[in-house]
Design a protein around this ligand. Structure first.
Ligand SMILES: NC(=O)c1ccc[n+]([C@@H]2O[C@H](COP(=O)([O-])OP(=O)(O)OC[C@H]3O[C@@H](n4cnc5c(N)ncnc54)[C@H](OP(=O)(O)O)[C@@H]3O)[C@@H](O)[C@H]2O)c1
Length: 265
């Protein structure tokens, strides 16, 4: 039997940060498995990466918003014989607006992608990595995981969960050879806000970061086995500020930053 191939799996690679993570991993020589729902964008990514780097890319069209979808993705990759040595849990979605206005179905979809699928993929691939001598897991959380954020209340809560999960599992696995890194980016100009139904405010645009810089900080920190990464000086400063500000005061500030002045929500 041929030796199994070590690969990097990037979820949500069809656009934004996931697309950048995939390029950076390819640059480092990793064969890739990339997932998402927009197959045309994933195929375009595959063509571009295979043209630019001497690696192979497998595209898997997979919706992570359904129950059991992480298990199905895991089983499919296991059957192929590939060994996921690097897992980038990047797929994520947010919905802008008052919590009471959000349909239950879209809340369930968001929680499934951001929380359930991320947890299950970490659990399943983490176990395989531990059994095979180690690996790297990058949890793409968010700066919003540090602060309760009105109009993104459910989204921010899902990201607070990922920060907690990532750090705690990292500790549990500290002697296993499996390294978990939590990435907490601030605002980045990606498809995220269109998908969220939110027009970025002026202040958001002012402190918005380049997705490439965020992805570089994430991949660099992942292979340096850093526990937690907050890219950008402004966000590092804000993270320190959050340690001393009363939590509800921070929430009121954060609400003002994301409030759509056009009057929505
Ligand atoms: N942009 C920001 O300001 C920001 C800040 C902090 C953290 N983040 C986090 O960064 C991650 C990437 O977001 P982004 O900013 O790069 O936005 P993006 O361009 O919208 O990327 C989101 C990715 O997640 C995938 N995804 C969404 N729903 C999915 C589903 N149901 N099943 C499978 N894949 C799904 C999308 O793929 P398909 O649409 O093809 O399915 C897409 O590739 C997310 O976890 C987000 O929470 C973003």
């Amino acid at each position: 039997m041929p030796a199994s191939r070590e690969v990097a799996l990037v979820t949500g690679a069809s656009s934004g940060l996931g697309n950048r993570f995939a390029h950076l991993l390819a640059q480092r020589g990793w064969d890739l498995i990339v997932t998402g729902r927009r197959i045309d964008l994933l195929e375009e990514l595959r063509r571009k990466i295979e043209q630019d780097y001497a690696v192979s890319v497998q595209v898997i069209s997979h919706d992570l918003s359904e129950a059991n979808s992480a298990r199905q993705l895991f089983d499919r990759i296991q059957e192929s014989g590939d060994q996921v040595h690097v897992l980038v849990n990047n797929a994520g979605v947010g919905h802008y607006g008052q919590s009471l206005d959000q349909p239950l179905q879209s809340i369930a979809g968001m929680v499934n992608v951001n929380v359930v699928a991320t947890t299950e993929l970490t659990r399943l691939f983490g176990e395989r990595m531990k059994a095979t001598g180690g690996g790297y897991i990058l949890q793409n959380a968010s700066f919003s995981g540090f602060v309760a954020l009105p109009r993104y209340s459910i989204y921010a809560a899902t990201k607070a969960y990922i920060v907690s999960l990532g750090l705690a599992m990292r500790y549990e696995l500290r002697k296993s050879g499996v390294s978990i890194t939590v990435l907490c980016p601030g605002f980045a100009a990606t498809d995220f806000f269109d998908a969220a139904g939110h027009k970025m405010t002026g202040l958001m645009r002012l402190i918005c970061m380049d997705p490439q810089m965020i992805a570089e900080a994430g991949i660099d920190g992942l292979f340096r086995k850093r526990p937690l990464i907050v890219p950008g000086t402004i966000y590092k400063f804000c993270a320190l500020l959050l340690r001393v500000l009363p939590r509800y005061t921070a929430t009121a500030f954060a609400a003002a930053i994301v409030k759509d002045r056009a009057g929505r929500a």
